[in-house]
Design a protein around this ligand. Structure first.
Ligand SMILES: Cc1cc2nc3c(=O)[nH]c(=O)nc-3n(C[C@H](O)[C@H](O)[C@H](O)COP(=O)(O)OP(=O)(O)OC[C@H]3O[C@@H](n4cnc5c(N)ncnc54)[C@H](O)[C@@H]3O)c2cc1C
Length: 390
């Protein structure tokens, strides 16, 4: 990739910050399933998490290509941006559709790190990928909304001050189009929740997962939030989050490129150094070729990621490119992860090399935030005009 001087400088600065958080730091956090708060704080203090927040609100006002480069470098350094990536793309909904008062109140505090906006409550246990069937209800009652229902996989809910919440405000049977009747709220969790406690009608329960991702179930039981928490117009929430999802897909895809680079770099270094049968294993083409293939696959996906960022930055509809970027990059990183374990042999399974940790972390992205099948379905139906399957 040919970077502008500005992006090259950003990459160097992110690398320098990440050097302060070596493998040992991530291994410890992973073992204890501890939120890497020091890393997230350092990223926030350096301004990287506020890359996409306009300067008038205290951010850097950068474009998506710069934000993608930040996330890519974090992963390529062996760190885990999953602890903080949501802030970059969730903030977009507030920025695009929030009122002037909401933006003035929250964006500067998010930019400075005074408030964390890390939780995005969309997925539900019964509806799964079929977001329009979600059941969480928000009912207007005077100056409040009363929320009842449940979310699952709400990552970082315990470590966030604010949550962007998608809930149904008009029953599905009463709307003309099924995409209507959902609304987006900016919930101030400091008012309503505490981890593993029920306060103000919100209960958060951590889910122990394959990797350290701080995912949670969140239960709403007559949770009262002020009507001023509503973002934009009632009933238009689905449309609002859809437009933010292209940015999310590009950023996650950039993380996958970073992961793939990390695996390729680790495998190449190990293949040069590890001696078996009195020669480096990398002298065998059976070891070389999978590394070379991974490299080619990653480079092709990388082109699509930065092309998608460019389309997005130019104000176009990046739906096709963002989805393809996410598809290709998540497959490239997973292929690189598998290749890296094979290259390391038994040591690929030992904690101290970080390969097994990164392998578990990289596995997520062909499933979340949108699974490969759903992307293929989008391309089939919306780009290729094939018959609708669901
Ligand atoms: C660690 C982790 C963190 C997450 N963080 C968040 C978060 O912060 N906020 C949030 O809202 N969500 C989050 N998610 C949820 C994530 O977005 C979903 O898990 C993902 O979108 C898949 O949905 P599902 O798990 O309900 O799978 P399901 O919808 O149950 O699907 C299961 C499988 O069936 C396939 N499938 C379903 N329907 C079709 C179809 N019509 N055609 C072909 N295949 C189909 C899917 O592709 C998938 O492979 C997270 C998930 C994980 C695991």
């Amino acid at each position: 990739m040919h970077d502008s001087e500005e992006i090259a400088e950003i990459r160097r600065a992110v690398r320098a910050l990440c050097d302060e958080f070596p493998g040992e730091y991530w291994r410890d956090a992973d073992r204890d399933r501890r939120y890497p708060a020091e890393f997230v704080d350092a990223l926030t203090r350096s301004g990287f998490l506020a890359a996409l927040i306009p300067e008038e609100f205290g951010g850097s006002g950068l474009k998506l290509d710069a934000a993608a480069a930040i996330m890519e470098e974090i992963q390529a350094s062996g760190c885990n941006g999953g602890a903080a990536h949501a802030q970059m793309y969730i903030m977009n909904t507030l920025l695009r559709y929030g009122s002037d008062a909401q933006k003035a109140e929250y964006l500067p505090k998010i930019a400075s790190g005074e408030l964390r906006l890390q939780a995005f409550g969309v997925s539900e246990p019964t509806s799964g990928t079929d977001t329009l069937s979600l059941k969480t209800r928000a009912v207007r009652d005077g100056d409040d909304y009363v929320v009842n229902g449940q979310k699952i996989w709400t990552s970082r809910a315990e470590h966030s001050d604010l949550m962007l919440l998608l809930a149904r405000t008009t029953p599905r049977e009463e709307v003309e189009k099924k995409t209507e009747g959902l609304s987006i709220f900016l919930v101030d969790m400091r008012e309503v929740a505490g981890a593993n406690s029920t306060r103000g009608g919100m209960t958060i329960k951590p889910i122990r997962t394959m990797m350290n991702h701080s995912s949670c179930e969140v239960f709403f039981d007559d949770m009262r939030i002020p009507a001023s928490s509503l973002i934009g117009e009632e009933g238009k929430g689905f449309r609002y989050i859809l437009s933010g999802m292209n940015a999310e897909r590009v950023l996650i895809a950039a993380e996958c490129i970073g992961d793939a680079k990390w695996f390729i770099e680790k495998a190449s270094a190990y293949a040069k150094e590890r001696q078996v049968f009195n020669r480096p294993i990398g002298q065998n083409q059976g070891i070389q070729f999978p590394i070379a293939r991974s490299y080619a696959q990653m480079r092709a996906a990388e082109l699509m990621v930065y092309h998608a960022a460019e389309v997005y930055d130019q104000g176009g509809n990046a739906g096709e490119e963002a989805n393809m970027a996410k598809l290709l990059a998540s497959e490239a990183s997973w292929a690189a992860a598998d290749m890296c374990v094979q290259t390391f042999g038994g040591f690929g399974f030992a904690e101290e090399y970080d390969v097994e940790r990164k392998f578990r972390e990289a596995r997520l992205y062909t499933v979340a935030p949108i699974s490969t099948n759903l992307i293929l379905s989008y391309l089939s139906e919306h780009i290729l005009g094939l018959p609708r399957s669901y």
